[in-house]
Design a protein around this ligand. Sequence first.
Ligand code: PGA
Length: 236
Amino acid sequence: MAIIASNFKTNHTRKTTKEFIQTVNSYLEENKIENEVIVFPTSSSLDNFNTVCNLTIGAQNAYAVNSGSFTGEIGTQQLDEFNIKTILIGHSERRHILGETQEEIALKYEFYKDLGYKIVYCIGEPLEVKQEGLQATLEYIYEQFVGIDTNYENLILAYEPVWAIGTGVTATNDDIKNVHNAIKEKINKPLLYGGSVKVENVAEICAIPNVDGALIGTASWIKEDFIQIIENTKDL
Ligand code: PGA
């Protein structure tokens, strides 16, 4: 059963998020789709969505706090209002654009783990590391597990090579296979692939052994496309 997740990043309004979630929810319900589906809207679009049990709404980010003085951040007080218990941690845009360090990420992970959140934890190497080969890539990825309890029961991993995110360049099936096999040998958790997954390639990618689903940005933002992505993977 593939896990299919949509990361809205900085896209969609409150209004279009609601339409998106309602449409996806009806599709899942009417067609009795069993995939686990997760949608990560922007924090300003979080709300009480009445969804079927296999459609979960998660937060793209939150601070490791209940409430307090952290300008521009949200904490669990804001997530609790909508019963959000799922969070994305370690996304490459937060690491590389917004400057989150491994130490900060590990603290955030520990905080949300203690609260029992489902954590989708992202790892992945930049292009210059990939060009050094598989061994360098794996060493880089293992550094991203420093301070992370990989035995946590509510953990989903997402391997997202930085050079494949938002670029239209998907990793090859061999790239995905090599990294997923190596990670799975060490950590027995669901492992998604992310990075330019599209309607046309999602089924092929999710059928690779040790790929348990996909975390999708760009190609998931049009609701009809996201539904097609789920449709293409529903029988895997
Ligand atoms: P992309 O983003 O599908 O646009 O490459 C994936 C992600 O960042 O999760």
